[in-house]
Design a protein around this ligand. Structure first.
Ligand code: C2E
Ligand code: CA
Ligand code: CA
Length: 350
């Protein structure tokens, strides 16, 4: 399989990082070639082997019994996502985003349906932020969320999302539960759970209608504070999902140690589950663990009926992805929820 991506040149540092990632990636059975052409770095990653052979070395870091290591190294993954904005662009994003947060203009929340795997009906939805800037055009969350985090804008941005979600839930004719992404930086902020619960409550929304999604990254960012922080979030009435599980070095230990209501399986696991028996076996172990801990499971990035069927047969509880529909305006989600037998949402929106 050939993955061909163009990455805007963002200085020597970025290219150096790319080469380091390529080197690291080679440990995982991935052969990467990076070269520069006319100021544009083009990376061809030729994945020679889809699956690295299991390590026979008991001392190897990925042989820890409870650690599930996906075949992409985090360094490679970081290198393959959209290139970070350069300093000038970043300044523009900060200025434009600050203004957008101030006025609320250009920022909206869409909802991606999450389907029950067995009935294929909508069970809940994930709130996903969209930003259309007059100056910069449409900017992806993968670009502007990290900038917001780095420049102290993530708090106000989250408040804005909470405002939108509360208003939408308050006006929706059919009650449903919404998953809200919270930055790892905010999870351990003192008072964050109480203030967030209050923000929803003052707008008439009970926190039990909200599931807070936190990523694996949060577990690594501040592991000592996480158990207390999760306890406070739960005490405030929210349920909690572990997001992007399997996107990096995922540990079954997290599942045992921390009390999550839902486990969201990263789309890389979904893709691999259809292609490889080895990946399926790993996923099965994860699902067994999740079931024994009474956690719901959601497969993310489900795009095809085959993926949906394989994952349903494996016992995944819920499906999220283009198979069920892209993120849509609240009105459209409400329309689907209003139809008596809630057909599968398959329309694709930009
Ligand atoms: P995420 O939480 O993992 O959200 C799922 C992402 O996968 C979304 O990208 C969604 O559009 C995309 N997606 C959904 N179905 C499919 C599929 O079938 N195939 C593929 N290839 N992709 C699919 P999006 O909206 O660009 O968001 C990217 C990330 O930005 C999110 O990843 C989340 O980490 C962050 N984000 C989005 N909204 C917010 C927010 O309100 N607050 C915070 N803190 N982060 C947010
Ligand atoms: Ca999420
Ligand atoms: Ca996710």
């Amino acid at each position: 399989m050939i993955d061909n991506r163009r990455i805007s040149a963002a200085g020597n540092l970025w290219v150096a990082a790319l080469f380091c990632a390529s080197l690291l990636a080679s440990w995982f059975g991935v052969f990467s070639i990076a070269f520069l052409l006319g100021g544009v770095a083009i990376v061809w990653c030729v994945r020679l082997a889809l699956h690295s052979p299991p390590s026979t070395d008991a001392t190897a870091p990925n042989s820890a019994p409870e650690q599930v290591v996906t075949e992409r190294s985090p360094a490679l993954q970081t290198a393959l996502v959209a290139a970070p904005p350069d300093a000038k662009k970043e300044d523009q994003i900060v200025a434009e985003l600050s203004a957008a947060i101030e006025t609320g203009q250009g920022l909206r929340v869409l909802y991606q349906p999450i389907l029950d795997a067995n009935t294929r009906k909508i069970r809940c939805a994930e709130a996903l932020l969209r930003w259309q800037s007059d100056l910069l055009g449409s900017v992806e969350p993968d670009i502007f969320i990290p900038v917001a985090e780095a420049h102290g804008l993530i708090g106000p941005l989250t408040q804005l999302v909470i405002g939108h979600v509360s208003a939408d839930l308050g006006a929706a004719p059919h009650p449903f539960k919404v998953n809200v992404n919270i930055s790892p930086l905010q999870i351990t902020e003192p008072g964050f759970p109480e203030m967030t619960a209050q923000a929803f409550q003052t707008r008439g929304i009970d926190p039990s209608r909200i599931e807070i999604e936190i990523t694996e990254g949060a577990m690594l960012a501040d592991p000592a504070s996480i158990p207390v922080a999760l306890g406070m979030i739960r005490k405030a009435g929210f349920t909690i999902a572990l997001d992007d599980y399997g996107s990096g070095f995922s540990s079954l230990g997290y599942l045992r140690r921390f009390d999550f209501d839902t486990l969201k399986l990263d789309k890389s696991l979904v893709i691999d589950a259809v292609r490889s028996p080895q990946a399926r076996a790993m996923l099965e172990a994860t699902l067994t663990m999740a079931r024994s801990l009474n956690m719901n499971t959601v497969a993310e990035g489900v795009e095809t009926p085959t993926q949906a069927d394989v994952l349903t047969a494996m016992g995944v509880d819920m499906l999220q992805g283009y198979f069920g529909g892209m993120a849509v305006e609240i009105q459209e989600l409400s329309d689907f929820l209003s139809t008596p037998d809630q057909p599968i949402v398959r329309r694709k929106h930009a």
